[in-house]
Design a protein around this ligand. Structure first.
Ligand code: XLS
Ligand code: CA
Ligand code: CA
Length: 437
């Protein structure tokens, strides 16, 4: 039975198309920079936003009907969501999905009951996957919604809560492995604190690291060969979250010896909440060899929280794709951790949100490749550091220079010349010319 029967198979019709239910830029099979677009842009559907979230906010109830013809809170509904999700992905040509354990099934009274339900639903999903090209990008455990996690999961003060989190992680890893997932995510939603007056930060961070070590050990023992990801976010829901941004998360992973098994899942809206650009966190992850996957969305510059909007800003997607191309591409993919605005409540809006997001990244990819081919920006950056091509510069780069010899050179020179213009305005005009010229 079709759920989206009034909605078509979405096809590429090109930039001149006026059909709202067609791609204008995303042409899955088009080869660009040596790869098919769909291989540059491994788009994923987030189970939680697309199949679960109905538009509830702090001031009002849901606006969107996500029942898909079944009673919410039942296993029939869990299965209806699978049916809806697969039809949706197939109609849009999306080949990956991401999930939390509790997105898949309603939690039971006991862990055993929840786990049985997870066994059933993953059997059902696996059967659906057969004969399609749909795969699992990553799985995760929701360790933030249930009241037991009010003080965190790995960072909880309660041993019982810590063990409950371990049980959920164990099962979520098993589900991810069963569905062939290539990644497993830790988003530290409540791993942080509200006040230092009641918090032992060192104790909590050590406990989080231990839980991660146990997760890696168990996952490897059942054959998981993919990457673990930390997904940085500075705040919301906690006032202060430990995985503040890419740099902080990398330092944590290195400090606790987790850096060989983990990379980062960089979310655009989380980077901007940390006071960075999306590109900044992509760059920091990439230069540290830790750019794994991306949660593709955007925030609102006027709002200080995580609005999880479908990406529409092509300037941003272009600069993001520049970073991704420069890093050699993602081992993970681009998960739309994005939801429709509350007044966009129809099934058609679900399609329109993904079309917007996929086209924005496709256009970003096209423009990023054009920027690379144009070459003026890369050339400018190269020339900007050209003084280090000298013999002494090379010695510094190789770590073979001494402070005394640099000081001697400076003294002989007398005064240093100015370092040359940064030409930001010129570079921004190059971007505009490539984007709109
Ligand atoms: C919330 C996070 C969450 C993670 C997965 O802000 O983005 O959805 O991606 O737990
Ligand atoms: Ca988010
Ligand atoms: Ca996310």
């Amino acid at each position: 039975m079709s759920i989206f029967n009034n909605l078509p198979q979405v096809k590429y019709e090109g930039p001149k198309s006026r059909n709202p239910l067609a791609f204008k830029y995303y042409d899955a099979e088009r080869v660009i920079a040596g790869k098919k677009m769909k291989d540059h842009l491994k788009f994923a559907m987030a189970w939680w936003h697309n199949l679960c979230a109905s538009g509830t906010d702090m001031f009002g109830s849901g606006t969107a009907d996500k029942t898909f013809g079944a009673e919410p809170g039942t296993m029939e509904h869990a299965k209806a969501k699978v049916d809806a999700g697969f039809e949706f992905m197939q109609k849009l040509g999306i080949e990956y999905f991401c999930f939390h354990d509790v997105d898949l099934v309603p939690e039971g009274e006991t862990l055993e009951e929840t786990n049985r339900r997870l066994d059933d639903i993953t059997d059902y999903i696996k059967a659906k996957m057969a004969g399609t090209s749909i795969k699992c990008l990553w799985g995760t455990a929701n360790l933030f919604s249930n009241p037991r996690y009010m003080n965190g999961a790995g960072s909880s003060n309660s041993l019982d809560v810590y063990c409950h989190a371990a049980a959920q992680i164990k099962k979520a890893i098993e589900c991810t492995v069963k569905l062939g997932g290539t990644g497993y995510v830790f988003w530290g939603g409540r791993e942080g604190y509200e006040t230092l007056l009641n918090t032992d930060v060192k104790f909590e961070q050590e406990n989080i690291a231990s839980l991660m070590h146990m997760a890696v050990k168990y996952a490897r023992s059942i054959g998981f060969t993919g990457d673990f990801y930390i997904e940085p976010k500075p705040k919301e829901p906690m006032k202060h979250q430990y995985d503040f941004d890419a740099a902080t998360s990398i330092a944590f992973l290195r400090q606790y010896g987790l850096d060989k098994d983990f990379k980062l899942n960089i979310e655009a809206n989380h980077a901007t909440l940390a006071g960075h650009t999306f590109q900044h966190d992509l760059r920091i992850a990439a230069i540290n060899g830790m750019l794994g996957s991306v949660d593709a969305n955007q925030g609102d510059y006027l709002l200080g929280w995580d609005t999880d909007q479908f990406p529409s800003d092509v300037y941003e997607t272009t600069l993001a794709m520049c970073e991704i191309l420069k890093s050699g591409g993602l081992t993970g993919g681009l998960n739309f951790d994005a939801k429709n605005r509350r007044p966009s409540y129809t099934h058609e809006d679900m399609f329109l949100g993904f079309i917007l997001g996929m086209d924005s990244f496709a256009l970003g990819l096209i423009k990023a490749v054009e920027l690379q081919e144009d070459g003026r920006i890369d050339q400018f950056v190269k020339e900007r550091y050209a003084s280090f091509d000298s013999e002494l510069g090379q010695k510094i780069r190789a770590g073979q220079a001494s402070l005394e010899e640099l000081a001697d050179k400076a003294v002989k020179k007398g005064s240093a010349p100015l370092p040359g213009s940064g030409k930001q305005e010129y570079l921004e005009s190059v971007v505009n010319q490539v984007l709109f010229g």
